[in-house]
Design a protein around this ligand. Structure first.
Ligand code: GLU
Length: 481
């Protein structure tokens, strides 16, 4: 039997990290088993339609290295793969259920339903559709249909008994039908199927063998099984996935800017690092190994190692993954990714990005740290003379003043303003003076950067800033001291 999994996002315009992880598990499991990974767009909720949202889904999956075998754009044997384009396929199945007594037409208007719901709630009950239309005679139904009365089609759910099924992650599940079942709508007034109906029809028609989706569907699954049984179809294997949480109490949230894939890309996380970490939030390889490429994940993946406790998405841990991936980038690649971040503060300057990249590549966890880290190169920040005080380097503002006065002419005399030349010119002068290197280099670096911690020391920064700017900043330092 060929394994067939599907990722079935609704086009909301954003890819939630939980959704992305669901996609990853579906992809990894299909590939691991030499099966097919199918993309299906669930857009039957037309009110929620968002322009361009399907492209967000395509771009995210592609960007993460997950190519789908069948889907809206690439086609396949069981298309179309966009639910709204399948609209006409669902009604005949709903009618089949009506004929077999598993479903019925409901003509109750929204207004009538509201009245009954309110009356029911007023008595303290939990409202479920009361099966009123189930009791219409065949003639009454025919007459209403002939008159063009708007209708929905509802499932005729059992009101007693239990439904059990086995879930790969959660084990044997049993639900009381009276609690979990209701006469849910299968076909809406606009003729569109609900998710509750479409997922069953589509998963069956598309030959899906393993349904991997969020655990919020655990308790609706009895309703879906009722439909599979009504049709006499084979029930797929269920793999419900725990929620990705920020901490034990909180879900990832849009408001905190930690819910969407794009939030992380925008902050300067590397996709490879994000994917690697995300897969581990909810799954473990059975050993201590942490770092995997997506192909290595395919090899290592085993659905029996999915956790049934909520996965905590720990940003500190993600940062560690990102830092590790950043260190491994080829220098040219690092520079390419860093450039827009440098540009935010250094655009139009003559700063050598190649050299700057070398200096910062091992100093960041996330690219969005760069503008603040290198901003002093664009303009000397406001700083306090206290910065000149450094115990270890035996430096005080008074010492700094003498150092700047002494080394200004030494630097001014250098013609070939090159990092090595500056170094080889200054070091012998320090040696001759008998001072500690730090006592000279500390105040020089502070004067030209105005910053306690910088990528690179005095020589690197002097070379980056250029001769004129270096001397100008030293003058500025002297004026303050
Ligand atoms: N469209 C559903 C969602 O985005 C898919 C659930 C499923 O995978 O069946 O939540």
């Amino acid at each position: 039997m060929e394994v067939r999994t599907r990722f079935a996002p609704s086009p909301t315009g954003f890819m939630h990290l939980g959704g992305l992880r669901t996609a990853l598990y579906n992809y990894l499991f299909a590939k691991k088993n030499g099966g097919k990974f199918i993309l299906r767009i669930e857009d039957t909720d037309q009110e929620r339609y968002v322009e361009g949202a399907t492209e967000v889904i395509y771009d995210t999956l592609k960007g993460c290295g997950m190519d789908w075998d069948e889907g809206p754009d690439v086609g396949g044997p069981v298309g179309p793969y966009i639910q709204s384009e399948r609209k006409d396929m669902y009604l005949p199945y709903a009618k089949q259920l009506i004929a077999s007594g598993h479903a019925y037409y409901c003509f109750c208007s929204e207004c009538e339903l509201n009245e009954r719901r309110e009356a029911f709630k007023a008595q303290g009950g939990v409202w479920k559709y009361d099966k009123q239309c189930l009791h219409l005679s065949r003639e009454e139904v025919e007459a209403k249909l002939a008159a063009g009365t708007p209708y929905v089609i509802r499932m005729n759910a059992p009101t007693e008994g239990d439904t059990s099924y086995d879930d790969v992650v959660f084990g044997h599940m049993t639900f009381h039908n009276a609690d979990t079942m209701d006469d849910m709508v299968l076909i809406k007034q606009d003729g569109m199927p609900t998710y509750n109906f479409a997922n069953v029809i589509d998963d069956h028609l598309m030959g899906i063998t393993h349904v991997m989706r969020g655990m919020e569907y655990l308790s609706s699954t009895p309703k879906y099984n009722y439909l599979y049984n009504a049709f006499g179809w084979e029930i797929p294997t269920y793999v419900h996935l725990t929620t990705v949480m920020r901490d034990a109490q909180h879900k990832l949230s849009k408001r905190d800017g930690d819910a969407f894939y794009s939030d992380f890309v925008d902050k300067g996380y590397l996709t490879e690092a994000l994917i690697n970490y995300l897969v581990l939030v909810g799954w473990n390889p059975g050993n201590d190994r942490e770092f995997f490429t997506i192909d290595e994940l395919v090899d290592a993946f085993d659905i029996h190692r999915l956790n049934n406790a909520p996965g905590i998405f720990d940003v500190a841990k993600l940062n560690y993954f990102n830092e590790t991936y950043i260190k491994q980038l080829a220098p040219e690649k690092f520079m390419e990714i860093a450039k827009p971040w440098f540009d935010q503060v250094l655009d139009g300057s003559k700063i050598n990005y190649k050299r700057l990249s070398e200096l910062v590549q091992t100093r960041i966890q996330v690219f969005n740290e760069l503008p603040a880290m290198v901003g002093y190169l664009a303009a000397l920040p406001e700083y306090s003379n206290d910065l000149y005080t450094n115990k270890k380097s035996k430096c005080t503002p008074e010492v700094a003043k003498t150092v700047l006065e002494t080394y200004k002419p030494v630097l001014a005399a250098i013609d070939n303003w090159d990092e090595t030349v500056i170094h080889d010119t200054v070091m012998p002068v320090i040696a001759e003076s008998g001072m500690k290197n730090g006592t000279v280099l500390w105040p020089l670096r502070i004067a030209i950067t105005g910053t306690a911690n910088t990528p690179g020391g005095f020589f690197e920064n002097a070379a980056l800033l250029g001769k004129e700017e270096t001397l100008r900043r030293i003058d500025d330092g002297l004026a303050r001291l």
